[in-house]
Design a protein around this ligand. Structure first.
Ligand SMILES: O=C(CO)[C@@H](O)[C@H](O)COP(=O)(O)O
Length: 225
């Protein structure tokens, strides 16, 4: 069975007590770091120097999601910082294949993200260049939005293409993931789940991660049977 990974989105974390906050979610598979530039998305968060500090104190690997313009220029620096994976947006990259190769050459897993309205088909021939395909299940920019069911057929098409090609690319989904929506996304073919509000909004974030992982794993298990 494909492994079910839960990556809490740092956008919903308490930055004042960040080190303690990260310890509270140390049962996560990775911390999803939302980098936004107020150009590619209408929100501004953090840049590489702050991400490097987070990397220095995080007990779990970092999974950077770059919601930034000019990805070809900026993404390699995040790989150089030693992050486990770096995901750029297809819509923000001029040469996505070259960029994915560069990320891998610098030691990071290469991820590519698609906005809800961006089709996956133009990118199916570059799957072998990727470790992870991120299908956004909300418009990127803000936490706390409702999961877009309209993205489920795209997840299904991506899963079919990946399984048909025999290439081991993970499908990550991000936005509106809860104990309810995770089953729909997993049934469609996702296996890495980013959750902000559902984790940090819970009284016990670690227990929320365990519940999400259990819900996702059960669906993946029955899909494999
Ligand atoms: O980056 C984004 C949205 O752009 C996501 O990572 C959200 O931060 C996830 O938060 P929830 O939808 O789970 O509250």
């Amino acid at each position: 069975m494909t492994q079910c990974c839960i990556n809490p989105s740092i956008l919903s974390a308490d930055f004042v007590n960040l080190e303690a906050e990260l310890k509270r979610i140390s049962n996560a598979d990775a911390v999803h770091v939302d980098v936004m530039d107020n150009h590619f998305v209408p929100n501004l968060t953090i840049g590489l120097p702050v991400v490097q500090r987070i990397q220095a104190v995080s007990p779990v690997p970092l999974d950077a999601h770059l919601m930034i313009a000019d990805a070809d220029r900026w993404a390699p620096g995040f790989a150089d910082a030693g992050l486990a994976s770096v995901t750029f947006h297809a819509e923000a990259a001029i040469a996505p294949i070259k960029l994915a190769r560069e990320l891998r050459a610098r030691g990071a897993k290469a991820g590519m993200a698609l906005r809800p309205g961006t089709p996956v088909e133009p990118y199916l021939d570059m799957l072998s260049e990727l470790d992870m395909l991120l299908i956004m299940t909300v418009e990127p920019g803000f936490g706390g939005q409702a999961f877009l069911d309209v993205t489920l057929p795209k997840i299904r098409r991506a899963r079919n293409a990946i399984d048909g090609s025999g290439i081991g690319v993970a499908i990550q989904v991000d936005g509106g993931i809860t104990e309810d929506t995770i089953a729909r996304a997993a049934e469609a073919g996702a296996n890495v789940f980013v959750a902000g509000s559902a984790v940090y909004g819970a009284d016990d974030p670690a227990a929320a991660i365990d519940r999400l992982r259990q819900a996702g794993s059960e669906t993946l298990r029955s899909a494999a049977e």
